[in-house]
Design a protein around this ligand. Sequence first.
Ligand code: ADP
Ligand code: ZN
Length: 210
Amino acid sequence: MNLILLGAPGAGKGTQAEVICKKLNIPAVSTGNIIREALKSGTEMGKKAKAYMEAGELVPDEVVIGIVKDRLAESDCQNGFVLDGFPRTIPQAEALDEMGVRIDKVLEIHVPDEKIVTRMSGRRVCGSCGASYHLQYNPPKVEGKCDNCGGALVQRTDDHPDTVKARLKEYHEKTEPLKSYYEKQGKLVVVEGQEEVADTTRLTLAAIEA
Ligand code: ADP
Ligand code: ZN
């Protein structure tokens, strides 16, 4: 199954992507994680993306489209994948169509803006593997440590409230139009994000099995 996860920053796309990947045994392709990796290792692409990311703005289409194209060509993506954080603009969605990538379903994890800002303040990510946690809604088993790999949990610099507002603005302007884009293709399924991760997970699994 080839899936896309849509949703505002902090809606829980990453967490739901992991759930789906385990269930269907397919990889998650997270453009945010790929860009953060490139930033850490100081590649050319990372250098290009840095300023945009830190300002809460979208990285230019041609940069992310190239990343996704290369990633989807790898062998582990041939039996399905979950795109987490891509496409985020209409040109990105069109590029995907032009690549001949067939999409089965688009899940929108829907969370209202007023809940996003408070959610984000509690978000922590693993500095090593990128897994995401929430101090209140999805705490790690051991405080400050990743359940998967034992890495230290940190707050992303772009999770600070001012940057979150910029990211929400980008989301409404550039990403939300994708809902009608995929609705027209008959692929959009809306999952209402719940306070408890386990409740959202149940809805997500029901949506992919339907
Ligand atoms: P979130 O969904 O919580 O905003 P991500 O990790 O998906 O977090 O993305 C973080 C940042 O990475 C974005 O704010 C943006 O700068 C960049 N980014 C990730 N995916 C894309 C994309 N498809 N197009 C443009 N920029 C992207
Ligand atoms: Zn980890």
